[in-house]
Structure formats: C-alpha cells, structure tokens
Ligand binder design. Structure first.
Ligand code: HEC
Length: 145
C-alpha cells in the first residue's frame, strides 16, 4: 500500500499534468494545422488497428496497416506539401523517424511469423516501442496550437 502511494505520488510529480509546458509552438496556417491534426488522429487509429490485428493473430493485416497508414510512403503528397514546409528541421527528422519505424514494424511483424513465438513477439514489441517512442518524442517537443 505504502509502495503504491509512493509510486502514485512520484507519477504525479514526474507526470505531464504537473510538468511545465516546454513544447515549441510551430506556427502554420490553420488549414495546415487541421491537416496535421487529422493525420494524427488517423495515426492513433492505425496504431489501434495494428494492436487489434495482432491480438487476433492477423499478422498480415497488422503489417499492411503499419506500412500503408504509417510507413514511409503513407503521407499523401497534398498533406506533405501543406505541413512539411512549416516544420523545423528537427521536427521533420522526427516525422521521418515515425514513418521509418512504422515500415520497420511492418517488416518485424512479417518476419515474426517465421521466428519462434518468443523471439517473434520480442521483435514486434521492440518495433512497436520504437514507433510509440517517436510519437512521444515529438509530442513532448512541439505543438501547433
Ligand atoms: C513529427 C512530430 C509528431 C509525431 C512523430 C507524432 N505526432 Fe502526433 N501530434 C504532433 C503535434 C505537433 C500535435 C498537435 C499538438 C498540439 O498542438 O496540441 C499532435 C497531436 C496528436 C493527436 C491529437 C490530434 C487532435 O485532433 O487533437 C494525436 C491523437 C496524435 N498526435 C497521435 C500521434 C500518434 C499515435 C503518433 C505516432 C504513431 C504521433 N502522433 C506522432 C506531432 C507529432
């Protein structure tokens, strides 16, 4: 119990709710920000669909969603043109890291099918963690509103 209370206290102290907002505001026209936010909502839905497909053992579906919705060629040109020019270089690198890690996740999911269950799962979770880490890193660094 005491351990739980201490852990909860630490979580509050170190958690986002209490932390100062140090994110850099990236100015862009409202239309561009709306496209970015719409893409973001789709990123989360895609992640949700990947996890759902993995839970059902549908590796092919999970890999296809990772590649087509989050992977290196997933951003429609119109969206890239609307958002890209407004991004600071570091933010652009983070966006590239997101798409690269999603494509690696697709490969890891496909490869996991011919690996043993333990090794396959470890690789998929590792790749998922790499992907979620890119979401987290950019969200801590930048905002558009
Ligand atoms: C290159 C930077 C970057 C990456 C990578 C990134 N995001 Fe975002 N995301 C943003 C920014 C900037 C916002 C807007 C934050 C703000 O101004 O409130 C945002 C907002 C969001 C929102 C809120 C959308 C809304 O309508 O309010 C969701 C959901 C989201 N991101 C999901 C994700 C997921 C899931 C990933 C990883 C798969 C991800 N993002 C990766 C930059 C990024």
């Amino acid at each position: 119990m005491i351990r739980f209370v201490l852990a909860a206290g630490l979580a509050v102290l170190s958690g986002g709710a209490m932390a100062a907002d140090t994110r850099v505001l990236v100015p862009m026209p409202d239309a561009s920000a709306q496209i970015l936010l719409g893409d973001m909502r789709d990123h989360l839905t895609a992640l949700d669909e990947i996890l759902g497909a993995l839970a059902e053992g549908s590796a092919d579906v999970a890999a296809t969603v990772a590649e087509t919705r989050l992977g290196v060629d997933s951003t429609p040109r119109r969206h890239a043109e609307a958002i890209g020019p407004h991004m600071p270089p570091t933010m652009r690198d983070m966006a590239l890291a997101l798409h690269g890690s999603a494509s690696r996740l697709a490969v890891a999911i496909r490869e996991s099918q011919r690996l043993g269950a333990d090794e396959g799962q470890r690789r998929v979770f590792g790749a998922l963690r790499e992907l979620s880490g890119t979401c987290s890193a950019c969200h801590h660094a930048y905002r558009v509103r």
